[in-house]
Design a protein around this ligand. Structure first.
Ligand code: SF4
Length: 526
């Protein structure tokens, strides 16, 4: 592809190398010129404000002493700094608007979980109107329950904890393996299982719903967690089983029926009644999210992509899975981001001195080493246009309250659950994993794919040869980058970057834009 040079001057320091040391945190904050440094500092204070607010919630102190994972949250401001590395002007504001809201959402979950937790806040009223939901699933079946709290207990213990501190999961992985779970299981469900074995999940909820998304590993973890919930804490747990071959027409009736059963189970356990008016309001918001995301992708397919990287992925994760239209605040955040994206595009904002390659990131959870996607731009001028997890749904769901749409709604909720952000490509056969990648490359005008190959994800590794063969036929540069998700002992951050460095030097025969960041001393950092 033609190299695109940044038409705008990059204010402040030109290399991020000076920020790193061998410690857990950076040496200092990034100098981005006066205006952007002040803006960034203001947002940094805002993040501290969110943390202080959580610390004043009921059950916080008890939770801090009971749960090992709680200590990670002190490093949240440092995490946000890693999302904004090298960014200026509109792109800096886009990242902050999105990630700061994600932080706020997670903080709300942590606060709610600790408040209702039997061992911390012990707010029985809240717990009685809570459904403990599965982190690795769309919360579509909660869209018609405005009075209930959907507690995603695993989000603060595994998912966001690992974004904050790369070593947050290793203790729980060891616990799970000491219990007898093999070491080649995906560390994500293995960590969740380890947290449950150690009894380190908040105990909250009148009932629980688990979903078989994403995969067999996840089902293994769910089994262990369900035992803990039902046998030790008397919390009845429903198993929602989304079809694996979800693209086939003949499984949709079954999927819709299962959603009906999940809703009936929640009604039965909590006494709450399904509210169609609220459901369709949520459905409108889901459609709004989909329209906005498709427009952001359109802009990312031009020479001046704006909303990219791990923040794009995480914002979509939060907006679809945890929120699923239930939070009325998301549309205004979407709107703010949209204005910034359009302005950034008009001003031809770029996040590096030049873009040499346009890359689609395929594979699971690239945001577990999330500064990698910003580093690719700054070090090699490779812009990550989108990632597999952000290619979630394309279709609009029924959002008008009519008798026919009430029946359709069960199919729509099933469609959302089946298309949960990770499993909609790791399951569903080669059409979902392979064909959709090439469609995505065409649409995004990509000349490169970074295959973020998770060695414990069998669904993905099984098609290694087919990826190779088809990329060659299409003339797409395919870079394999192996990792082990949330276990940095298997692949350190530098070991991950080195695979990319090696490909760029030996296959592409290119020199880095910024050689001083090819190797970074962050293997032990948060
Ligand atoms: S990364 Fe793969 S193995 Fe791990 S939870 Fe996701 S689909 Fe399952």
């Amino acid at each position: 592809m033609d190299v695109i040079k940044n038409p705008n001057k990059i204010a402040g320091e030109q290399s991020i190398a000076a920020l790193y040391n061998d410690g857990k945190v950076r040496k200092r904050r990034e100098w981005r010129g006066l205006k952007d440094t002040m803006y960034d500092f203001g947002r940094w204070l805002h993040i501290w404000g969110i943390l202080v607010n959580v610390s004043m919630g009921r059950g916080f102190i008890k939770g801090l002493f009971r749960y090992r994972w709680m200590a990670n949250y002190l490093a949240v401001p440092h995490m946000v700094d890693k999302f904004t590395v090298g960014q200026r002007d509109e792109t800096l504001k886009i990242t902050h608007t999105a990630i700061d809201y994600v932080v706020y959402e997670v903080a709300t979950i942590v606060k709610g979980c600790l408040r209702g937790d039997r061992f911390a806040g012990n707010d029985k009223k809240l717990s009685d109107r809570t459904v403990a939901v599965d982190e690795n699933a769309m919360t579509a079946y909660m869209m018609g329950f405005p009075t209930l709290f959907a507690a995603q207990r695993e989000v603060p213990t595994l998912f966001s904890a690992n974004l904050i501190n790369q070593y947050s999961a290793v203790h729980y992985i060891d616990v799970a393996q000491a219990f007898g779970i093999p070491g080649d299981v995906c560390p994500m469900p293995e960590t969740e299982a380890g947290v449950s074995i150690e009894d380190d999940l908040c105990v909250i909820g009148k009932c629980a719903v688990q979903v078989n998304t994403t995969c067999d590993g996840s089902m293994m973890g769910n089994g262990i967690m369900a035992r803990r919930l039902e046998e030790d804490y008397g919390i009845p747990t429903f198993q929602l089983a989304a079809p694996i071959r979800f693209k086939s027409e003949d499984v949709q009736k079954y999927a819709a029926e299962d959603i009906k059963k999940a809703i009936a189970f929640i009604e039965d356990q909590t006494g709450a009644k399904w509210d169609w008016k609220h459901y369709f309001e949520c459905a409108k918001r889901v459609n709004n999210t989909t329209r906005n995301r498709l427009e952001w992708l359109d802009i990312n397919s031009t020479p001046y992509p704006q909303f990219v990287g791990a923040v794009f992925c995480l914002y979509n994760d939060t907006n679809y899975m945890g929120n699923c239209g239930r939070n009325p605040e998301f549309p205004s955040i979407d709107e703010k981001i949209m204005k910034l994206v359009q302005k950034g595009y008009q001003n031809k904002q770029m996040m590096a001195p030049e873009y040499r390659h346009r890359c689609v990131v395929w594979g699971v959870e690239p945001h577990f080493v999330f500064d990698m996607l910003y580093w690719m731009m700054l070090c090699w001028g490779v812009v990550p246009l989108t990632d597999m997890l952000s290619m979630v749904i394309k279709d609009q769901i029924a959002d008008e309250d009519t008798p026919e749409n009430r029946e359709q709604a069960y199919y729509d909720m099933a469609y959302l659950v089946e298309n949960m952000i990770m499993r909609n490509h790791t399951h569903g056969g080669y059409e979902a994993l392979l064909d959709e990648l090439w469609e995505c490359c065409d649409k995004m005008n990509a000349d490169m794919v970074m295959l973020w190959e998770h060695i414990g994800c069998k669904a993905l590794t099984g098609m290694h040869g087919m990826f190779e063969e088809q990329a060659r036929e299409r003339g797409i540069h395919l870079v394999w980058v192996s990792h082990d998700l949330c276990d940095p002992r298997i692949y350190t951050r530098q070991a991950i970057r080195d695979q990319f460095n090696q490909y760029m030097r030996t296959v592409m025969r290119e020199e880095p834009l910024d050689p001083s960041i090819e190797v970074l001393p962050d293997s032990y950092a948060w």
